[in-house]
Ligand binder design. Structure first.
Ligand code: SF4
Length: 201
């Protein structure tokens, strides 16, 4: 079977997943693309369900503004980058404000899907967005330790380059203030130079 057919079959199974009792469907999936870049978000927010695609609301607007600043618009990005996440369903609201952060069990349960994606895609570049996504692949105490760096690592037997980005959520000021602003600029500059990114131009 062709790789693209395997990715489509994977999407069909993933969209039916209801393994986590506290997660709110639908499962949010990006386009079934045979990509060498894999973006890993945290989990969808409350608006993504009705719109039906990841990073479809305010955080997405900021994220795509960053990418546009290095030459790739949203439509091109969605067509050429595989958009994944640590958890693929909306976790619900946190009574104290914001969205609930997925718990360890949910993260472990949902990891089977992203592991399958890494196996299928054999990506060259992984862009984890936000601390939760970054921490699945790198030990991260503070964002300043990893943003603005490109790290080579073997993940599930695949040699990849990790290029972490901060979360573009409006609730976070990290990427708008020093030193986050400069480190984000450094990370975007590295991304713009990456061979897989340049192929999208
Ligand atoms: S979060 Fe992941 S594992 Fe849990 S129900 Fe949604 S798709 Fe399935």
């Amino acid at each position: 079977m062709k790789k693209i057919n395997l990715i489509q079959a994977h999407h069909a199974s993933l969209s039916q997943c209801r393994l986590c009792p506290d997660m709110i469907p639908p499962v949010i999936i990006g386009q079934a693309v045979q990509a060498e870049i894999l973006l890993v978000g945290q989990a969808p927010g409350d608006r993504e369900g009705e719109i039906g695609r990841p990073f479809a609301w305010t955080a997405g607007k900021t994220l795509f503004k960053w990418f546009e600043s290095i030459g790739v618009d949203e439509i091109t990005f969605r067509k050429q980058v595989y958009m994944s996440a640590v958890c693929r369903c909306f976790p619900g609201k946190n009574p104290k404000g914001g969205d609930r952060v997925p718990n360890k069990e949910e993260i472990a349960t949902c990891s089977q899907w992203i592991n399958k994606e890494i196996e299928l895609l054999q990506p060259r570049l992984i862009i984890p967005v936000g601390k939760l996504a970054i921490s699945q692949y790198l030990p991260v105490n503070k964002l300043v330790d990893v943003i603005g760096q490109s790290i080579k690592k073997k993940i599930n037997g695949v040699e990849v380059e990790l290029l972490p980005l901060p979360h573009p959520s409006g609730a976070s000021t990290w990427h708008r203030m020093s030193p986050g602003k400069a480190l984000l600029g450094q990370a975007l500059a590295l991304l713009a130079e990456h061979e897989s990114w340049r192929k999208m131009q």
